[in-house]
Design a protein around this ligand. Structure first.
Ligand SMILES: CC(C)(COP(=O)(O)OP(=O)(O)OC[C@H]1O[C@@H](n2cnc3c(N)ncnc32)[C@H](O)[C@@H]1OP(=O)(O)O)[C@@H](O)C(=O)NCCC(=O)NCCS
Length: 201
């Protein structure tokens, strides 16, 4: 948390009362209004952005979908989403503005998505990633995801293979321990509380 723009503040008690504390980073559900900025980031960081109407459809019609944005001082710097299908949470996308990568934002977004997976009652989290995307693969490995397979030539733009990654059960004690450790590194409104110790049947 940090103090936002308060130019012109004085040290008087009445000024202190009106001082607004603005969190620098916040996680929020993605809204229709966010789509143009999300798409701008997507065009910048993905080789093949989703079709024009994809986010509108996802937000309006896909009841399995959850999408979030990460804001820095109100500005969207990253976004991510998942589909909850039966016991699985499938991470559909995650992206951070090029100029804001390597600052921990990808970790924050993945943390928020896994929190969402807990809230939705998922047991596992899965995703696909380009074979060459070392940066993303390292990010997922830090959360305990493992490469369990490969879809040959999955990406039609360059024929690259997709690596299929899965978490262990997100309710397993070792996964939760690591997740709590990662979560404790953030103080971001909207990120959510620690998962409890329950092991759902
Ligand atoms: C993949 C992606 C989302 C990761 O986001 P990111 O914000 O750069 O990732 P993070 O900063 O959270 O963490 C990753 C790295 O930054 C480092 N890092 C984390 N916090 C940091 C900090 N405060 N200062 C410096 N480095 C930091 C981590 O150690 C990690 O380093 P590593 O790459 O050597 O493992 C981002 O690179 C991206 O949008 N890529 C393009 C789209 C994409 O490929 N998406 C994934 C599709 S599957």
């Amino acid at each position: 948390m940090t103090v936002g723009d308060h130019s012109g503040t004085s040290s008087s008690p009445s000024a202190a009362k009106t001082l607004q504390v603005v969190p620098r980073l916040t996680i929020e559900p993605m809204r229709e209004d966010d789509i143009p900025l999300v798409q701008a980031i997507e065009r910048e960081v993905f080789l093949t952005p989703w079709p024009k109407n994809a986010y509108h459809r996802e937000l309006a019609q896909n009841r399995q979908a959850s999408y979030i944005v990460l804001r820095h001082d109100g500005q969207i710097v990253g976004y991510g989403g998942l589909w909850k299908v039966l016991d699985e949470a499938h991470v559909t996308t995650i992206g951070v503005r090029a100029s804001d990568q390597h600052k921990g934002h990808g970790r924050a977004l993945l943390t928020a998505l896994i929190q969402r997976a807990y809230t939705l009652g998922a047991r596992w989290v899965t995703l696909e990633v380009r074979n060459s995307n070392d940066h993303a693969i390292r990010l997922y490995e830090a959360f305990g995801f493992k490469c369990i397979g490969r879809r040959r030539g999955y990406y039609t733009d360059n024929g690259e293979d997709a690596i299929i990654m899965w978490s262990d059960s997100i309710h397993a004690p070792a996964f939760k321990r690591n997740f709590r450790r990662l979560l404790s590194g953030f103080d971001i409104p909207g990120l959510g509380a620690e998962p409890n110790d329950e092991y759902p049947r």
